[in-house]
Design a protein around this ligand. Structure first.
Ligand code: AMP
Length: 550
């Protein structure tokens, strides 16, 4: 039996404290900008560990957070798992009934909650038996606002007076360290547990240049919420690198983000496309110096070409990344691979737009409808099956879903993808979102990308609507920029699709709307649109007679 310790988070904390005592952690909170160093971070994390132990938290207990991105939330990222308990980040944007379900399902003991999210949590917790197991609420501030909840303390009083040293236990790598529920646009959310080893492996995989390549000189600002798959693991990887952290706090506006980038010298930031649309719009109309930015990590949904070009024109590298809650979460990143230096602009952009190359440590295969593996030719597609040390093997207490979503040690991702000869993965669709017209597939993602490439389109989504003859037909929902000629826009959009795709891909109608409904994690919520527009006869447009696939 070889010696040594298991793969756990503790050494990352140890390294940052010992080797980077003066690097900063900065956050925008309800009290303005707060900053301290890794030294203070480590002290406060130990105080938190002591406070939780005093409150009765033991190895294996679950402790939840209901918070935005800030330094106190970051303290729980190490404080909770490193004593052997489990950090359960709850998405505060979920409907109350989902919050109730997951608090009970996870059996949370303490919930850390932001002052601004307290009313939302109260709404879910009041008279809800699902919350009976919660013994204490800790408000992430130095005082407690008026509340109907019992047993509420503020965070500063909670940790105050506790020792700033903690005798961190030696943990097994199989100890559950984290937990997150998938956004669950259909049915109940599904819990994914992250072991110490999964989080360790994810940190190491994303630290490589083939992942996110974070340096100790970097200043990293995760805009992706810390309640959504550990902000793509950035709080862990940034600590492991000894880099500076910047946390943008509760609901940051594009202006807040631009100010933080400028004032803190942010070099790497990460978030979903919707966030960057807002920032791009702000930067077009305001003078802000974002020249410190070197990389923008875009994931969660496909990054449109116009967005990639916008940042690259400013000399900022876009890392288009793909991942899943089930995968801790990052799976692939669109880096330019050795040997592709000679590509022309179009070829370069083709690669950049893909979801990229798998990070080291993962293996995958693409399985077609017939159960056979699909060739890597960039054309054929099938469902992506994936396995590796960061990929969960099951959902928490959900044997029904486990049967469906795992096979032969692989996670069946539900993403329909093609892989080109160079190994670049392109998401064609979510298995459930692909539109089937006359027995042939239409990729909603491709149509969306085409529509979003139009200058006057802010957002676009395409769904399949039941159709008597063709089973389903695509309908586009578009959020136009303000003040444009709407009729002309519709015609131009239909013409754009006609130019690029077979005629049966052309949507039967383009419906202009004010906002695309979003899920709790900021993805387009097609389910809402599907429920609202359940019948093709509701649309003005029509299916041309020759809309048959050729
Ligand atoms: P979640 O578990 O909420 O992070 O959602 C994971 C799903 O989001 C994946 O299975 C994909 O369908 C989608 N997704 C994540 N990243 C991307 C991306 N870069 N492009 C397109 N879809 C993505």
């Amino acid at each position: 039996m070889p010696g040594g310790t298991d793969q756990t988070l503790r050494p990352f904390l140890w390294r940052a404290e010992k080797m980077y005592p003066d690097r900063e952690i900065v956050s925008r909170t309800n009290r303005g900008i707060e900053r301290y160093t890794y030294t203070e971070f480590a002290d406060r994390t130990a105080q938190l560990a002591n406070a939780m132990t005093a409150a009765g938290i033991e190895e294996g207990d679950r402790v939840a957070t209901f918070c935005w991105n800030h330094h106190r939330h970051f303290e729980t990222y190490f404080g909770i798992p490193t004593i052997g308990a489990q950090l359960h980040t709850i998405n505060p944007l979920l409907p109350d009934e989902h919050v109730q379900y997951i608090v009970e399902n996870a059996d949370d003991q303490i919930i850390f909650v932001d002052p601004s999210l307290l009313p939302k949590l109260e709404g879910a917790a009041t008279d809800a038996p699902e919350f009976d197991g919660v013994s204490e609420y800790v408000v992430m501030d130095s005082e407690v606002p008026d509340t109907d909840l019992d047993n509420v303390t503020d965070y500063e009083s909670f940790i105050d007076g506790h020792d700033a040293d903690f005798d961190w236990p030696v943990l097994s790598e199989d100890q559950p360290a984290g937990m997150c529920y998938t956004s669950g646009t259909t049915g109940k959310p599904k819990g994914v547990e992250y072991t110490q080893k999964m989080l360790w492996a994810h940190t190491m995989m994303t630290l490589t240049p083939q992942g996110l390549g974070i340096h100790d000189t970097d200043v990293v600002m995760p805009v992706v919420p810390m309640f959504h798959v550990n902000a793509w693991g950035l709080p862990f990887s940034t600590t492991a690198a000894g880099a500076k952290h910047v946390y943008p706090g509760p609901s940051p506006s594009p202006e807040d983000l631009a100010n933080l980038i400028e004032e803190e010298g942010v070099t790497i930031t990460a978030g979903v496309p919707t966030v960057w649309l807002g920032l791009m719009d702000y930067l077009k109309n305001n003078d802000a110096d974002v020249s410190s930015l070197e990389q923008v990590i875009i994931g969660g949904s496909a990054a449109p070409e116009a967005m990639i070009r916008y940042f690259e024109d400013k000399g900022i590298e876009v890392l288009h990344a793909w991942g899943m809650t089930e995968m801790s979460p990052i799976g692939s990143v669109a880096h330019m691979k050795a040997g592709l230096e000679g590509l022309d602009d179009a070829g370069y952009m083709e690669k950049r737009k893909t979801q990229g190359l798998m990070v080291p440590g993962l293996e995958f295969k693409i399985v077609g409808d017939d159960g056979e593996e699909v060739p890597w030719n960039g054309e054929d597609f099938g469902e992506l099956w994936i396995r590796g040390p960061t990929v969960t093997q099951e959902y928490y207490k959900r044997p029904d879903a486990n049967e469906e979503d795992f096979e032969d040690g692989y996670l069946k991702t539900g993403d329909v993808v093609s892989i080109d000869e160079d190994g670049y993965m392109k998401i064609v669709d979510r298995a459930k979102d692909v539109i089937k017209s006359g027995g042939e597939w239409i990729s909603s993602v491709e149509l969306e990308n085409t529509l979003m490439a139009h200058d006057d389109v802010a957002e676009a989504t395409v769904i399949g609507v039941p159709h008597e003859r063709w089973q389903e037909r695509p309908i586009a929902f578009v959020v136009p920029d303000e003040g444009i000629d709407e009729a002309a826009l519709k015609d131009e959009l239909l013409a754009l699709v006609k130019d690029e795709y077979p005629k049966w891909w052309v949507p039967d109608d383009v419906v202009l709307i004010k906002e695309v409904p979003k899920t709790a994690t900021g993805k387009f919520d097609k389910k809402v649109l599907r429920d609202q527009y359940a019948d093709a006869s509701m649309f003005e447009g029509s299916t041309p007679e020759d809309a048959a696939p050729e």
